[in-house]
Design a protein around this ligand. Structure first.
Ligand code: AMP
Length: 211
């Protein structure tokens, strides 16, 4: 089953998607991670994308879908889409893409969190860059101490600074909230309360996905 995991920046999509990947044997695709890997590779495309992401704006729908197509076509597993679709045209393109590949979306689940709580989380959020180049988020599954033990470098995402966080929320309200209405209309939408500890959110997600 393919799943879309939605929610405002800071709602915990990445953390929960990683847990669901393990528990349900799915493939987790974070479009933010895919784009950050493109930037880290130093490619021309990466350079163009960096300016957009660092400012908190969205990469174009066409570019996003063309990057995703190969990744989706390359797996037989069910997929958890994290951070995609972020616009209604992306949701429509996802439908078409899945249809062409003989796949079907099972559910679109939103993790709901009040904006103030999400802003607080994002401002406090730290990443760890390991010597291998892999980036992990500091949190319950990967501590600050573990990062230091492995020789990692701690940093804040450029788009996790106060001005950029505010801009990301404006983009979210304008472009991504309509995606929830889109899934509500086609009957795939569900939501869970993200304002509880990560294990409780995870259990709620599992319950919704098993319905
Ligand atoms: P995230 O890691 O999901 O917070 O994404 C970080 C940034 O990557 C976003 O603020 C956008 O600039 C870009 N991005 C990620 N997913 C998408 C998408 N589906 N469409 C457009 N831009 C995206």
């Amino acid at each position: 089953m393919d799943i879309v995991l939605m929610g405002a920046p800071g709602a915990g999509k990445g953390t929960q998607a990683a847990k669901l990947e393990k528990e349900l044997g799915l493939k987790h695709i974070s479009t933010g991670d895919v784009l950050r890997e493109e930037i880290a590779s130093g490619s021309e495309l990466g350079k163009r994308v960096a300016a957009i992401i660092d400012g908190g704006d969205l990469v174009s729908d066409e570019l996003m879908v063309s990057i995703l197509k190969n990744i989706v076509a390359g797996t037989d597993k069910g997929i958890i889409f994290d951070g995609f679709p972020r616009t209604v045209p992306q949701a429509q393109m996802l439908d078409d893409m899945l249809k062409q590949l003989g796949r079907k979306l099972g559910k679109a689940v939103a993790i709901e969190l009040p904006e103030e709580a999400a802003v607080q989380r994002l401002s406090a959020r730290k990443q760890c860059k390991l010597p291998s180049g892999e980036v992990k988020q500091i949190g319950p599954d990967f501590s600050l101490e573990e990062c230091q033990k492995q020789g990692g470098e701690i940093f804040q995402r450029p788009d996790d600074t106060p001005g950029h966080i505010r801009h990301r929320f404006a983009v979210y309200h304008q472009q991504t909230e309509p995606v929830m209405r889109f899934y509500r209309q086609n009957g795939l939408y569900a939501e869970v309360n993200g304002d509880q500890d990560p294990q409780a959110v995870f259990e709620d997600l599992l319950a919704v996905l098993k319905k």
